[in-house]
Design a protein around this ligand. Structure first.
Ligand SMILES: C[C@@](CO)(OP(=O)(O)O)[C@H](O)COP(=O)(O)OP(=O)(O)OC[C@H]1O[C@@H](n2ccc(N)nc2=O)[C@H](O)[C@@H]1O
Ligand SMILES: Nc1ncnc2c1ncn2[C@@H]1O[C@H](COP(=O)(O)OP(=O)(O)O)[C@@H](O)[C@H]1O
Length: 270
């Protein structure tokens, strides 16, 4: 079975407090974006994981696809599979690509082997894999809180807009980014801001990681400024960086504006 794990962006991202378990509570809106990897899982003689495309740092045995399989294998007698991942979503990029791969592995295994798991059960498998992994089970725009793994419905529809994602090929480590933050309450609540017309977001919706991450990698600030100069209604870094997105009223082609080594995705939002 072949599926296409997709990226997410954060519409606003506030780190509100440090938790006793060492993680942080956050508030954000996760929104799916169709920059996708390709994930194929087929029954095989023995378990195997392979990947092509962008090189994934770390031991392949710790890949979130492999971890998801072994986590589910503990509770269900899954036959061995070969998992192949073709990676196109940039890594360490604030797009949650690894988490999407883990979550989609859970969904594919559920379908392939008729496990009959419902959404909350699949979310429970996803949570230990990564804080934003559970989001990719439902994979719909959602207000999130807690570690980023608790959800409430939110009415945000960006389907009329065009989005541009620009990644400068800078890898930002998530733990390192959290370590640079002093938690605080947001000045404006995410839900209230997102209920306003998008033209207001520039003044009320922000990402707490931007200050410290942009201080270390000024190219991220430059991309955001360029997207606004190109007419973006709203632009922000996603997650803990390094990708910046711009939301435009109409279709916009930014190829040629940024250096050729930058990775760019442009398209409509769902
Ligand atoms: C920052 C966010 C915002 O959406 O996105 P990305 O930049 O990764 O896309 C997420 O919170 C990233 O979630 P995820 O990438 O799943 O992180 P995890 O693997 O769970 O955690 C990596 C490390 O980040 C820190 N961490 C993560 C989540 C959280 N709520 N508090 C934390 O302090 C911890 O130090 C943890 O060891
Ligand atoms: N399938 C995967 N794709 C990408 N990274 C993965 C994957 N599995 C494990 N990882 C690990 O997760 C780290 C980054 O995860 P990723 O979700 O891409 O970051 P971000 O959320 O910042 O975009 C990498 O350093 C890598 O070691």
């Amino acid at each position: 079975m072949v599926t296409f794990p997709n990226a997410k962006i954060n519409l606003g991202l506030y780190v509100t407090e440090k938790r006793p378990d060492g993680f942080h509570n956050i508030e954000s809106c996760f929104y799916p974006v169709q920059w996708t990897d390709i994930l194929e899982i087929i029954p095989a003689q023995g378990f195997a994981f392979s990947s092509t495309g962008i090189a994934i740092p770390g031991d392949p045995a710790t890949n979130l696809c492999a971890k998801a399989y072994h986590l589910m294998q503990k509770d269900h007698s899954l036959p061995p599979v070969h998992i192949h991942l073709h990676k196109t979503i940039p890594i360490g990029a604030g797009l949650g690509g690894g988490s999407a791969d883990g979550a989609f592995t859970i969904k594919v295994l559920n379908s392939l082997f008729n496990l009959g798991l419902q959404t909350p059960e699949m979310e429970a498998y996803a949570r230990p894999l990564g804080s934003d992994c559970a989001f990719f089970i439902r994979n719909e725009p959602v207000y999130c809180f807690g570690k980023g793994d608790q959800f409430e419905d939110i009415q945000v529809d960006l389907s009329q807009y065009f989005i541009v994602l620009v990644n400068p090929q800078v890898h930002v480590g998530t733990a390192e980014a959290y370590a640079g933050i002093i938690p605080k309450q947001p000045e404006y609540a995410v839900k209230e801001t997102l209920a306003l017309p998008i033209q207001n977001w520039k003044y009320r919706l922000s990402n707490d990681f931007e200050t410290t991450v942009c201080a270390k990698y000024p190219v991220i600030r430059d991309i955001k400024n360029t997207l606004y100069a190109q007419g973006a209604l709203y632009a922000s870094m996603s997650g803990s960086g390094s990708t910046v997105y711009g939301i435009f009223e109409k279709e916009k082609d930014v190829t040629g504006i940024f250096p050729p080594n930058f990775m760019i995705w442009q398209g409509k939002l769902g």
